[in-house]
Every structure is written in structure tokens, then in C-alpha cells.
Design a binder for this molecule. Structure first.
Ligand code: GDP
Length: 295
């Protein structure tokens, strides 16, 4: 579906090289290709522009003009910069609390409930933890039910308090329950709205304050592209979250939202969701993501 950027750059520089030495103009041409690739991948325009300026400086600094294989060097610079931009290293998750409390935030439909289940399953299987899932969506009984279905599927207990309309009270009771029953990780799934609104922000802010979580995670649908940035910013302004979960990367998106979000909120992307099933979860590797974005 997408053209391969490496091939494109290679072609551009190769042809030009045949006509003599490579010039700054040629480099500018290839940078245009880089920018186009980023925009195709849904990276925010200003971020793509700033990025290509950085790459240009690096390219000229590293004498791409006289390099034996300029396109390869160019691709390497682009890839390294992109990786660095997305955080460089893999980010971990804080599980030091007893119990460790993980709060999920994000819009409705972003994949919070699904990811809560995936994370519980991941921690149970890979880290031999005993998680407790907590249903804090007081508006949609269907959401509570959905979490119970997920919990049954993965064999993880779900705490809910049907009829209780106070998410702070539910979450507080859940942590007490976890302590009494030997759960060392509490994953709190919260209500989400279709758009950022004041009431919802206040509610999650209250839960956040009451719980003082070890990890506050912001879940975002990678397919939402540009909108993802504004939503991330709105949540981060209120919650100062610890990390981002990028879901639905199994779709036909290149995932440029990852770069935009990282640039705007400067928080690491910790996990990705790659499907609806409970094992469709992966740690976020910046380098792999750079490959995906560049194609
Ligand atoms: P919530 O409203 O934020 O709790 O979102 P849900 O967890 O209910 O997810 C909304 C929809 O997205 C559901 O149909 C999920 O099956 C689906 N979904 C969640 N994560 C992924 C993912 O990584 N890939 C795909 N393809 N679908 C997902």
C-alpha cells in the first residue's frame, strides 16, 4: 500500500549521483520524500517539518554529500532520529507498590477495557503477579459486564460495585479489597466519553487524586491520527500521566500518532495493542516503530 521510503531515497540519490556529485539541492529533494512519508504516516505537519530540518543538519554534518552510499547513510540518519524521537529505549512499568495501582484513562472506544484485560493477562503470565481488575465506569453497565467477560476469559478477578455511582468510592474499596485478598496489582478501568469534556476530566482527576496510582496510563487508538495528539494533551494537562498505550496497531495505520504524541506530551509509549484478543499486546519498541513508519 505504501511505497518503501528507503527505495525512494535510494532512487532519488542514485539517479542524481549519476549526474555528478550530490548537492544540497538533492538532499533537500530527498528530505521532501522523508517529509511526505511522515505525513502519509499521519505525523503532525509541524512535527514532520521540524524533524526534516533536524535530519538535514545531521545529514550535512555527517557529510552525506561525499558519502559512498549517501542514500543508506540518509536512511540511517532518518531512522536513528525517528527512534530517538520516540524515546530511544523501551520504557518499563512501575510495579513497586503493594499493591501497585495502575489507572487507565482515555476516550470511550480507545480500547481501555480491552487493554486492562491484556495487561492483567500479561502481568499474570509474564511477571507472575496476581492482578485485580476494577470496573469504575459508573455510567455504562455494559462496560462493567464487558470487564467481567474479559476477567473470566483470562482467569482474573474483577471488582465491581453495581449501583454505586461514585468511582472514587469504588476504586478506594477495590484497593482495600486487593490488600485483604493478596492482589499485588490493581488495574482500574475508568469511564470514557466520546470526546474530552469537563465532567469526565474532573471525575478521573478525582479518582487519580484519591488513588495516587503508581502508573497512570493514557490509552489511545492509533487510527485516530491527528486527533490523538489533542486528546493526549488534554489528558496529560490534567493527569500528568506516566505513559501511553497505542492500540489498534493491527489496522492499516502506520502509527505516526506515536511520534506526534511523544513530541507533544513527552511521555513514553509503553505498550501497543495489536488485536482484539487478550494476547494481542506488545511492549513498545521505538526502533520497530520507526521501521513501520518508514516502511
Ligand atoms: P474502551 O471504551 O476504551 O474501554 O474500549 P474497548 O476496550 O471496549 O475497545 C473498543 C473496541 O476496540 C472493541 O471492539 C475492542 O475489541 C477493540 N479493540 C481494542 N483494542 C484493540 C486492538 O488493539 N486492535 C483491534 N483491532 N481492536 C481493538
Amino acid at each position: 500500500m505504501f511505497d518503501n521510503l528507503s527505495d525512494k531515497l535510494d532512487k532519488a540519490l542514485h539517479v542524481l549521483k549519476g549526474h555528478g556529485s550530490i548537492t544540497e539541492v538533492n538532499v533537500a529533494e530527498t528530505l521532501k520524500e522523508v517529509r511526505r512519508a511522515l505525513l502519509d504516516a499521519d505525523v503532525n505537519f509541524k512535527i514532520a517539518k521540524d524533524f526534516t530540518n533536524t535530519v538535514k543538519e545531521k545529514a550535512l554534518g555527517q557529510n552525506v554529500l561525499t558519502a559512498l552510499q549517501p542514500s543508506q547513510l540518509m536512511v540511517k540518519i532518518v531512522k536513528d532520529e525517528l527512534t530517538a524521537l520516540m524515546g530511544g529505549d523501551v520504557a518499563g512499568i512501575n510495579l513497586k507498590g503493594s499493591p501497585s495501582v495502575i489507572l487507565m484513562s482515555g476516550l470511550q472506544g480507545s480500547g481501555k477495557t480491552t487493554f486492562s484485560g491484556k495487561l492483567a493477562n500479561f502481568l499474570k503470565t509474564k511477571k507472575t503477579k496476581k492482578p485485580l481488575l476494577v470496573a469504575c465506569d459508573v455510567y455504562r453497565p455494559a462496560a462493567i459486564n464487558q470487564l467481567h467477560v474479559v476477567g473470566d476469559q483470562i482467569g482474573v478477578e474483577v471488582f465491581s460495585d453495581e449501583g454505586n455511582m461514585d468511582p472514587v468510592d469504588i476504586a478506594t474499596k477495590a484497593v482495600a479489597y486487593a490488600k485483604q485478598n493478596g492482589h499485588n496489582v490493581v488495574i482500574v478501568d475508568t469511564a470514557g466519553r466520546l470526546a474530552v469534556d469537563e465532567e469526565m476530566m474532573k471525575e478521573i482527576e478525582n479518582v487519580h487524586r484519591a488513588l495516587n496510582p503508581d502508573e497512570t496510563l493514557f490509552v489511545v487508538d492509533a487510527m485516530t491520527g491527528q486527533d490523538a495528539v489533542n486528546t493526549a494533551k488534554a489528558f496529560n494537562d490534567r493527569l500528568n500521566f506516566d505513559g501511553v498505550i497505542l492500540t489498534k496497531l493491527d489496522g492499516d495505520t502506520r502509527g505516526g500518532a506515536a511520534i506526534s504524541i511523544k513530541t507533544v506530551v513527552n511521555k513514553p509509549i509503553k505498550f501497543i495493542g495489536t488485536g482484539e484478543k487478550m494476547d494481542a499486546i506488545d511492549v513498545f519498541y521505538p526502533e520497530r516503530m520507526a521501521d513501520r513508519i518508514l516502511g
